[in-house]
Design a protein around this ligand. Structure first.
Ligand code: SAM
Length: 246
């Protein structure tokens, strides 16, 4: 779809054109980095929901700038449902972040090693129904967290788009199970009129004995699988029947 004249007046839209970024979203990641210094020491990074690729461009630039001559070249993997124009230094996977096979492909590219940084600017197609859009965005964020538990090494950083809707505190609580430091950040380039923000989750620390799974009750309708979860992956609450039915 063509850009409206309102988009063209937008300063970040024009800057992105001038500087060769594929989308104005590049500035969101750059501004998050100004605050959190997210690329320091990063050798392996994953860009989830990457098309058209401006965040992958930022990753390529920043990781190569930080790379010392003696260290191996940084590795970057980009995943999206849609095909993306090739980018030098970026391995592309056209796939779904909710699939275990996508996690396996990423790890095989890293030759069994895990990522230092996972970013996700994922967005479903918006319907205009705010409650529905917030809900779907939250599910996509949880899918991104789910795949991240397969591919991020302890101590790593996870950054993702979040909608600050009325249930956002539930999401914060879920993220805090895996990351001791969770910060919600709004880059200047993210429009004030949008409820979009970005969570910066630092120092990945999964619960003791946690085993990553891809079970998502909303996508996987074989509900029985949830009962296969063991140990810290499963919470069993007592069930007590009450009341005298005589
Ligand atoms: N960060 C990108 C950039 O800077 O160019 C823009 C990302 S765009 C806002 C959101 C992307 O999320 C879309 O390309 C869409 O295809 C992708 N997406 C949505 N659901 C996905 C899923 N389940 N798996 C992979 N990609 C998904």
């Amino acid at each position: 779809m063509g850009k409206s004249s309102k988009d063209k007046r937008d300063i970040y839209y024009r800057l992105a054109k001038e500087q060769g970024w594929r989308a104005r979203s590049a500035f969101k990641l750059l501004q998050i980095d100004e605050e959190f210094n997210i690329f320091e020491g990063v050798q392996r990074a994953v860009d989830l929901c990457a098309a058209p690729g401006s965040w992958s461009q930022v990753l390529t630039k920043k990781l190569s700038e930080n790379n010392s001559k003696d260290s191996p070249l940084p590795k970057i993997v980009a995943v999206d449902l849609q095909a993306m124009a090739p980018l030098e230094g970026v391995i592309q996977i056209q796939g779904d972040i909710t699939k275990l096979s996508t996690a396996e492909q990423i790890i095989s590219y890293f030759e069994g090693e895990l990522a230092d940084l996972v970013v996700c600017d994922g967005a479903p197609d918006v319907t205009g129904l705010h409650d529905m859009d917030e809900y779907i965005q939250a599910q996509l964020l949880l899918s991104a967290l789910n795949i991240t538990t397969h591919i991020l090494h302890p101590g790593g950083t996870f950054i993702a788009k979040i909608f600050r809707g009325k249930d956002v505190t539930l999401l914060y609580s879920q993220l805090k199970i895996f990351f001791p430091t969770v910060t919600c950040s709004k880059p200047r380039s993210s429009r004030n009129s949008s409820i979009e923000a970005f969570i910066v989750c630092q120092n990945y620390t999964p619960p003791k004995d946690y085993v990553p799974t891809m079970i998502n009750p909303l996508l996987d309708l074989s509900y029985g699988k949830q009962n296969e979860l063991l140990g810290p992956n499963r919470v069993i609450v007592p069930f007590i029947a009450c009341g005298d039915l005589r």
